[in-house]
Design a protein around this ligand. Structure first.
Ligand code: CTP
Length: 402
């Protein structure tokens, strides 16, 4: 997909700038031609010579330098590129891009660029969470042709732990590919369930599971990057950074069902990634149960099956959405997943051995087998975003949009 593509990479001045070298190398390995621009601060972290050697092209560092201007030109880069990636997009760089400033090699060439832009933010967590940065992000998310990848969460160079890490190389590359697949799901409506649900026992206790919603949000990110209008019905997970698509927050399986049933008939694709709690207490105590009054056992009843109910509603429609389920299993993965595919009337199911290394709840990677209604299987593994990309390749075929 990157073969023959011309990609401009604007490097910002953050510690993650050293990763720009690997990024440039991987783009070239996949067949792209790469030209680099750098801010002054970026040159404190990695030298233009390094990026010149890795890209095999002159590096734009100073738009006032007459010799550079002669052979390279600050407008040339914007005219030349098919896509522009900014990495790391520091808080300062995001602020300047959001304001439409053109005061260095990166911002000037970016402002003169008319194609798709990918911003890969990386900074300290406090800077990321600062209202000023969040305001700039909101502006940029509303800017046409502007896309984001990351930041990832985890340990940062300064010892903090939280959002602010530059996304991993496979996710960066996948997001660049997403820029070129951008039109594939244009005009398509995608409905996704994600995260756990929570069923109250009393006002301070509940039944739930460890789902974090990461897989569902990766499916949503990838659909959005391919041009779909995305709605996510999301169970209780922690605070999220602003996302460029609709999020409907729900708590219980019944609330999730209601939100889905209102929307599923209008959707072109419905993907159920949520880990819906299968049971709820038969009775919810209105008052906190004191520990001395603990019941000997808890009577449970089944919650609705969101996917199965939604599937039953649309099966007879002349045009119905492509239906995709996930199957979390610990044994006899393929057999159980195929059973769910048939029972729930699905087009595709993503079978997931949650006990396998690198798979399951909470992590950033997954290992899956995707099975279609004819029994054809395809394996996918990697980051959750890469797995999501594989899934959308298959869904796009079903939609006749690949
Ligand atoms: N699902 C759902 N509502 C439920 C249970 C499951 O929408 N109450 C969806 C999930 O989002 C997933 C698929 O159905 O896409 C399969 O979920 P899973 O938990 O693997 O299977 P179950 O049907 O719950 O079967 P079991 O727990 O017996 O494995």
């Amino acid at each position: 997909m990157l073969q023959g593509k011309r990609i401009a990479v604007g490097v910002g001045g953050g510690i993650a700038a050293y990763k720009a070298g690997d990024f440039v190398r991987e783009l070239r390995r996949q067949g792209a031609t790469v030209k680099v621009s750098m801010t002054k601060a970026a040159q404190e972290f990695i030298t233009p010579l390094t990026l010149q050697s890795l890209s095999g092209e002159a590096v734009l560092t100073d738009y006032f330098d007459t010799s550079q201007e002669e052979k390279f030109g600050h407008l040339h880069l914007g005219r030349w590129a098919d896509a522009y990636v900014v990495l790391p997009a520091t808080a300062d760089l995001l602020a300047r891009i959001a304001a439409g400033m053109a005061n260095d090699a990166v911002t000037t060439s970016l402002l003169a660029f008319r194609g798709p832009v990918l911003l890969a933010p990386a900074m300290n967590t406090a800077m990321w969470e600062h209202p000023a940065t969040q305001r700039n992000l909101a502006t940029l998310r509303a800017t046409p042709r502007t896309h984001f990848v990351g930041p990832a969460s985890g340990p940062l160079a300064d010892g903090d732990v939280g959002p602010g890490r530059l996304s991993d190389l496979p996710d960066l590359i996948q997001a660049v590919k997403g820029l070129f697949a951008g039109a594939q799901l244009n005009g398509k409506k995608v409905l996704i369930t994600a995260g756990p649900t929570r069923e109250a026992i009393d006002p301070v206790r509940f039944i739930s599971n460890p789902s974090t919603g990461k897989m569902g949000l990766a499916v949503a990110d990838e659909a959005h990057a391919r041009g779909a209008a995305v709605t996510v019905v999301l169970g209780p997970v922690g605070e999220l950074s602003p996302l460029p698509y609709e999020i409907i927050r729900v708590t219980t399986a019944e609330e999730m069902l209601e939100a889905v049933m209102h929307r599923v008939e209008q959707a072109d694709v419905f993907v159920a990634t949520a880990a819906v709690s299968d049971w709820k207490p038969q009775a919810v105590s209105a008052k906190k149960t004191k520990k001395t009054d603990a019941p000997q056992s808890l009577a449970l009843v089944r919650t609705p099956d969101v996917l199965m109910t939604a599937s039953a509603k649309v099966q007879a429609n002349a045009t119905r959405p492509v239906l995709v389920g996930f199957a979390a299993e610990t044994h006899e993965v393929i057999t159980y997943a195929k059973g769910k595919l048939t029972r729930k009337g699905l087009d595709l199911i993503v079978a997931n051995d949650v006990s396998a290394p690198g798979a399951g709840f909470g992590g950033d990677t997954n290992v899956v087998t995707i099975i279609d209604s004819h029994g054809t299987t395809s394996a996918a593994q990697g980051t959750k975003r890469e797995v999501a990309a594989r899934l959308w390749d298959l869904v796009a075929k079903k939609l006749g949009a690949s």
